[in-house]
Design a protein around this ligand. Structure first.
Ligand code: ZN
Length: 467
């Protein structure tokens, strides 16, 4: 087999790994990079392989850094199957349609700005990466497979998905095939979930691996255990109740929002914390949460027990969803205590910005950071506790309390990864670390190496290996 890394090499975004087994070519994921998509030099604007030469595409889960460029494949002529789990196909359909709509809207606004006011935009606005029609081809090409059911996807190549426990539908990708008369097993972790996280089940274990491609997002860091996070959240809710104040939680619509909703349900129903209203202010979250309700079997045994008993899969009398802008604006006058969960997760766009504007200057209020915040984003500035922030040309004093609870991540930390590697039984022939910053890749190498016979490899972008 030959493997070439077309993304997520020494970085956490743009996942796309090309496998060549005999004369068959299989692409694992096709994600967006975290660069400005309007930049003509952005890797999002180009494919570094020929999509028409692919025999199959396999998708691990529906986060944008794993699926965001799928419509670029169909736009460039790929007509073959795109294998994924049921839930991932449902979620990806919503995410990609939403993305096509936003790109079209952005292009329209940019064109209006040029034509309407005679201004030149520098750089000029670029076309969307893809259109809705390209997304519809992707949706048509999805081939849905259940977990733990080996399926021969190409002659002599069998694909099995195992639950990765990262988000709804997330999968570990296992390929079994014969090469030079020998049976071989290749495993790609996709994004691996944490253990004991409340909502999602623990990641599945796979043994007898010959070749492993592993994510490394938190390979350098031990995150707080779930019990401790719940205690911290409890204290933050109690403070808001006492002060009749507001709690803003910036969160991505997929995964983190549902995880936080479940945490509040657990606090209010299992731990008998005095409930306060929780608003999820995002139409996209509302649609994605609807998909989450269709898969009650997907969650951890403890989560299913609670949600079955209360008949409340991501809904209860304390949880409210806002659809319209009017509903969103009315939250500005909502008396405390109140929790508002809104996107975007890094505060650079979306409804969370107007909630922050109405919250951060009051010392009794709080912002709770539960997601990764990239350098340069408004969310990172808040997490770093700067004195002032700027939202929509207004300078605001950051007087409110700021709590950073990064243990709510959906990614395995270094202890979870060490546990998972041990569970493989060792004896891995060759392993590659991807989807991590240099610090975590280096730290994780020593954790993984005892389970691997050959030196662990940290590949560069576009590097190829014969394995
Ligand atoms: Zn992910």
């Amino acid at each position: 087999m030959r493997i070439t890394f077309h993304g997520a090499a020494k970085r956490v975004t743009g996942t796309a790994h090309l496998l060549e087994i005999g004369d068959r070519r299989i692409l694992l994921d096709c994600g967006l990079f975290d660069t400005d998509r309007a930049n003509p030099d952005s890797p999002n604007r180009h494919l570094t392989f020929d999509p028409r030469g692919l025999d199959a595409v396999i998708v691990s889960h529906a986060h944008n850094d794993h699926i965001g460029k799928l419509p670029c494949l169909t736009r460039a002529g790929y007509t073959g199957p795109i294998f994924t789990t049921d839930a991932t196909a449902d979620i990806a359909s919503i995410m990609l349609r939403d993305s096509a709509r936003i790109q079209r809207e952005d292009a329209r606004k940019a064109a209006l700005a040029v034509n309407g006011h005679g201004r030149n935009l520098d750089p000029p606005p670029l076309d969307p990466l893809y259109e809705l029609i390209d997304v519809e081809f992707v949706v048509d090409q999805f081939k849905r497979l259940p977990y733990s059911e080996p399926t021969e996807i190409l002659p002599g190549i069998t694909l099995t998905f195992h639950d990765a426990g990262h988000i709804l539908g997330s999968a570990l990708v296992r390929l079994d095939y014969v090469e030079d008369g020998k049976p071989r097993r290749f495993v790609f972790t996709g994004d691996l979930g944490r253990r004991d996280t409340g909502l999602m089940p623990d990641p599945a274990v796979i043994k007898d691996i010959d070749i492993l491609v592993s994510e490394s997002t938190y390979g350098h860091k031990a995150l707080d255990p779930y019990d401790k996070l719940l205690q911290q959240l409890h204290a933050i809710v109690a403070r808001a109740t006492r002060l009749k104040s507001r709690i803003i939680i910036p969160a991505f619509s997929l995964g983190r929002t549902q995880r936080m909703v479940y945490c509040f349900q657990e606090l209010f129903h299992t731990h008998k914390v005095r409930p306060i209203p929780v608003y999820v202010d995002s139409p996209l979250s509302l649609r994605l949460t609807g998909v989450h309700r269709e898969y009650p079997e997907a969650y951890s045994p403890a989560a299913r027990k609670l949600m079955d008993r209360e008949e409340m899969y991501f809904s209860s009398q304390y949880i409210h969803f806002c659809q319209t802008w009017d509903e969103s604006r009315r939250l500005n006058d909502h008396p405390g205590p109140v929790v508002i969960i809104a996107g975007s997760g890094m505060c650079d766009a979306g409804r969370v910005r107007h909630h922050l504007r109405h919250t951060v200057e009051e010392p009794d209020n709080a912002v709770v950071i539960v997601s990764y915040q990239a350098d340069g984003t408004l969310g990172r500035k808040i997490a770093d506790g700067v004195d002032q922030i700027e939202i929509d040309d207004r300078l605001l004093n950051l007087n409110c309390a700021v709590y950073v609870l990064d243990g709510f991540s959906g990614h395995a930390d270094k202890n979870d990864l060490a546990w998972w590697y041990q569970q493989t039984g060792g004896g891995i022939e060759k392993a590659f670390l991807v989807h991590g910053e240099p610090e975590s890749l280096t730290a994780l190498t020593s954790v993984l190496q005892p389970s691997v016979r050959e030196p662990v490899v940290i590949p560069e972008q576009l590097e190829s290996y014969e394995v």
